[in-house]
Design a binder for this molecule. Structure first.
Ligand SMILES: CC(C)=CCC/C(C)=C/CC/C(C)=C/CC/C(C)=C/COP(=O)(O)OP(=O)(O)O
Ligand SMILES: O=P(O)(O)OC[C@@H](O)CO
Ligand SMILES: [Mg+2]
Length: 243
């Protein structure tokens, strides 16, 4: 099954590895071992302020170690690699910065074709999560207010009409509040694979987002703070599979 087909499955989890924060080989090996044991569905790799060298080192090692789909979640054109299985070709359509609507894409286009990674064109909406996120800062864009479901819906609808294959709502790394259940439920109507991230720190939140219709819940910071959360995730996945 290719990645865009996999994204349509329910109740999935992706772990985000930010190369900027994961430089030691020992740390990465240990993390990958726990990720495999946990049974999560994807590893996403990317960050808003990653250097090319950090990115290349991390993706090179991950490619050797990872047995589940490795998907690039790039913050800039230099985060493209032939070593990944897929790449989220993000369009930051909650913002109005042309660099994040088409600029980085032009810079990356040749490298993406050469990489042969599966390209998943993705509407990327930044939703206010109660703290100023790195993505908002780097992209110099303003997130959609947390409770403005109709603005988010119309933005995502435009992305779907443009032809994007997936929809990613991100409250921003380390958000105080994850994307709301009412926003997730509203977005489900669009019938696109729905990826939700930012500020998810508990199994309860994962479960609530899954029940609301998120196909993929992305966890970044929580694993950086507490790697053993992957054991809790393992139990969560086992329980879901039993049902
Ligand atoms: C077309 C290509 C190849 C790149 C541009 C892609 C676009 C439009 C990106 C959107 C904006 C952006 C900067 C996204 C970065 C996404 C990401 C991986 C965020 C998570 O990590 P950090 O924001 O680094 O989190 P921390 O602040 O915790 O380090
Ligand atoms: O680090 P956290 O808060 O889990 O966020 C993950 C990701 O969606 C950020 O772009
Ligand atoms: Mg970062």
């Amino acid at each position: 099954m290719n990645i865009s087909e996999r994204f349509k499955q329910p109740n999935q989890i992706a772990i985000l590895i930010d190369p900027e924060k994961c430089q030691s080989e020992v740390v990465i090996r240990n993390l990958v071992e726990k990720i495999h044991f946990s049974g999560v569905d994807f590893v996403f790799v990317g960050g808003s302020t990653v250097s090319e060298k950090e990115f290349e080192q991390t993706i090179g090692l991950l490619k050797q170690l990872i047995t589940i789909p490795l998907v690039i979640f790039p913050g800039s054109a230099h985060q493209v690699s032939e070593k990944a299985d897929g790449i989220l070709l993000l369009n930051l359509i909650s913002g109005r910065n042309p660099d994040y609507l088409i600029g980085h894409h032009v810079q990356a286009a040749q490298k993406i074709i050469e990489s042969k990674a599966e390209v998943i064109s993705t509407s990327y909406l930044l939703i206010d999560g109660g703290s100023h996120s790195s993505v908002a800062y780097v992209s110099q864009t303003t997130p959609i207010p947390h409770n403005q479901v109709s603005i988010a819906y119309n933005t995502a609808l435009a992305g779907k009409l443009i032809g994007h294959q997936a929809l990613f709502l991100d409250a921003g790394s380390g958000a105080k509040h994850a994307v709301s259940v009412s926003m997730v439920i509203a977005m489900k109507e669009l019938g696109q694979p729905l990826i939700i991230g930012g500020g998810v720190k508990s199994l309860e939140q994962i479960n609530t987002l899954h029940k609301a219709g998120a196909n993929v819940v992305v966890i970044g910071n929580k694993i950086e703070e507490d790697i053993d959360f992957l054991l809790d995730i393992r139990n969560y996945i086992a329980e879901k599979t039993d049902k």
